[in-house]
Design a protein around this ligand. Sequence first.
Ligand SMILES: Nc1ncnc2c1ncn2[C@@H]1O[C@H](COP(=O)(O)OP(=O)(O)OP(=O)(O)O)[C@@H](O)[C@H]1O
Ligand SMILES: O=C(O)c1ccc[n+]([C@@H]2O[C@H](COP(=O)([O-])O)[C@@H](O)[C@H]2O)c1
Length: 207
Amino acid sequence: MRTTGLLGGSFNPAHRGHRGVTLAAIRALALDGAWWLVSPGNPLKAGARDMAPLALRLASARAMARRAPIRATDIEAKLGTRYTIDTILALQRRYPKRRFIWLMGADNLAQFHRWRDWRRIARTIPIAVVARPGYDAVAHAAPAMGWLRRFQRPADQAKSWTTWRLPALVLLRFRPDPTSATAARAANPDWTRQFRHQSRIPRRPLG
Ligand SMILES: Nc1ncnc2c1ncn2[C@@H]1O[C@H](COP(=O)(O)OP(=O)(O)OP(=O)(O)O)[C@@H](O)[C@H]1O
Ligand SMILES: O=C(O)c1ccc[n+]([C@@H]2O[C@H](COP(=O)([O-])O)[C@@H](O)[C@H]2O)c1
């Protein structure tokens, strides 16, 4: 049984924080690897004016995932899903022999109650939340935590996540990484330029 972490995101662009927290989560959860689901469009960010085209965000994610057990994918575009609940159900159907865990940063936990069918997501897949600088208090006070807290598992048992009854939530704390795509865009507003020539290269399918 292969175990895979799923990190959904805009990756506008991908940065070292994505790579660092994914590698740390792979270790903490004893995963075989992780897939980055580069979103065709976060439903809560519809109309964001500085959102680069999917092909360029995917190219940046592939570059950042290089030489790591991480696959950067546009699988949501291929599946035709945009809402996380639909993506998870489709992936579980398509890969019945694989066990998935949903990874997200603490900032996303603060918004989680606004996601479509968020309680159903928690009943469908275990969730690992990664601490993010500045979001500790926000995450603990997150509206979704009012319901999720009772399903929280100790971080020192994280490696046994495949045995957990759902819902199950674990809060992982590594050395917090302050990197963000907002800061990366501010430092390099023209970041898409370096990926323009790579964005049409096809990749082998997920195994
Ligand atoms: N430095 C980080 N520490 C912990 N989690 C992170 C970090 N950077 C990104 N993530 C998580 O990775 C996922 C995808 O993030 P996303 O692509 O939106 O990057 P971002 O840096 O949060 O972007 P932006 O600054 O544009 O909001 C989210 O679950 C987010 O919480
Ligand atoms: O399903 C939803 O309603 C939903 C609402 C907001 C965000 N998400 C997902 O959350 C992930 C993180 O998005 P982002 O833009 O914060 O990187 C990404 O996979 C989105 O598709 C999902």
